[in-house]
Design a protein around this ligand. Sequence first.
Ligand SMILES: *Cc1c(COP(=O)(O)O)cnc(C)c1O
Length: 385
Amino acid sequence: MSQEHRTKSGFETRAIHAGWEPDPSTGAVIPPIFATSTYKQDGVGGLRGGYEYSRSANPTRTALEDTIAALEEGERGFAFASGLAAEDTVLRGLLEPGDHVVLPNDAYGGTHRLFDKVAQRWGLAHTPAALSDLDAVRAAVTARTRMIWVETPTNPLLGIADIAALATLAHEVGALLVVDNTFATPYLQRPLTLGADVVVHSTTKYAGGHSDVVGGAVVVRGLDLADKVAYHQNAMGAVAGPFDSWLTLRGLKTLAVRMERHCDNAERVVEFLTADERVEHVYYPGLADHPGHEVAQGQMDRFGGMVSFRVRGGEERALQVCDRATVFTLAESLGGIESLIEHPGRMTHASVAGTELEVPADLVRLSVGIETADDLLADLDQALG
Ligand SMILES: *Cc1c(COP(=O)(O)O)cnc(C)c1O
């Protein structure tokens, strides 16, 4: 694909073509899994395709990295062994000991742990704040703040933060804005076009999309950030292997059609749950009464496949719904083709019990998959008892 097509063609075309030209030697339409650690040199230093050693670069990984960069409309993409490996490389690659980060007070648990238990020991301070409240973010900024980290929508309450406003604030105080775009995916939201500097992903979720691979990605705006992340990706070495890269790239090619169906099905589920008397409250940014609805409407194309709700009757009833569901599988994680159900209070968010981040005990979180919508509604109906 030419450079011009890479930037100007539609999302689906980029997803399918941006990362790979049919191989001149074999005609292979899809990039092979380049299971090689090293590359023959034509004379000392004579690299054929620019490849030298597979920690530094591997052609399957390059195909994935170019594709995700094209989808996020960034300068360069980087693929990692997991979402957390991607995050660690961003932290240590772009910050110095002594720097300060403003972190969402409801950040993904693993992100919070990385800052709190690992980065802090390395000398990186952080302050949690409600990222949906610009005044709260401003109040959390210190003279050493060099990064504002945001997730939108958040997990599990689907809170929304205003990416463009946070980018302006970050740049006013000399900080970078990093957006974890795992929930929305570039199909629904492109943070770099809204002013963010860095996008991170757990590609384990919607990007891979089939619950069969763990991976992470970083996409940056601008050459300076690209050089720093590239240097640290190689220096720290937490790279995606060729088979994982191949699976994730295969997932990305169908991201657009999957996300449309995730959104269609989530809308049906939301419509069903909001009309049901056994349900106390439904959290979905597409609902007009959601506090972040207007901002979400401005920065997202649709509202995604994640839905949370509170069950009337308390924790016991919420646990019952999780146990009774059969089409929805009781499991952690999200973003795959199959629908998942979980109880955040006892599962994904058990570690924040007793803190200000504790989630309601009657809360159920759904990752709405791409099965037949009527089957999903029938399953929820019987699970609600
Ligand atoms: C899963 C997840 C991560 C961590 O990614 P891993 O691939 O599990 O390391 C980070 N952020 C969000 C929003 C996630 O859902």
